[in-house]
Write a protein of this length. Sequence first.
Length: 285
Amino acid sequence: MSWIAFFSLVLHSLLVSALTSFGNNYLVRGWIIASLIEPDVPLVSCIMQSNFRSTCHIMFGSFALTCFLTASIHMAVAQDLVRLGNRAAEAAYALDEIMGIPDGTIPDSLFKDSRCIAVIPGVVKVGLIVGGQHGRGLISCRVGDGWSRPSFISIAAGSLGLQIGAQATDFVLVVVGDATARMLSSHYIVLGGDASISAGPVGHTVEVVADATRASEIYSYSRSRGLFVGLSLEGASLRVDEDANKSVYYDAVDANDLLFKLDGSVPAEVAPFLRALQRHDPAGM
């Protein structure tokens, strides 16, 4: 086999491999197919043909662009996973911090009876008369004797009224109503509207009243950094972050399946959050 034929075979193998690897990415597939528009003329031996400037320029240019797009896609995916992994680690840290507050933590009885636990670290709120807040976190629900695979969530709200300053707040939301958990997994909920919310009781040994007489469907716990007058989650919209879920679970996974089934493995990116829940859950101690 001549060196030209060998080099041609190697390049064609690379292109076919790239086409296989990006079977679902039609943008990349399009560029790969474009580089194979001359199937009867080997990729390298085309330099011996009179149409070098047309065919070879197109083929080599398409191949170079394919390589560039491949590297860019891999880099973007890797960066996205790192960002989402950091979000899960921050949520785990926020839960550790709030659970470590002396005489100010979630009561064991409430934690045991919780349907779901959501942690949203670093919810940012800024404003002067007109304000807004936004944050991203994770939620997991009880399934059998354990916790479900975590789902990414986001929270957002605007507000009017007395509010001065800037603040970043870590929130832990204890969901005690099954209907509330189901509603969130299917779409979104408005706190204080679709589901009642109030500041939760504190203290490991505090006994919380039974489900039938509880005043709220969600209890909130927070740790603030900064100064703000008028901080509240009333009216905030809490919803599933579907794009983040797809990035971590690699398919069009449904939040309802994530939160109410034990099927599937737990990606490394969200494992720190799940371990934090297991670590603080009195039912698992």
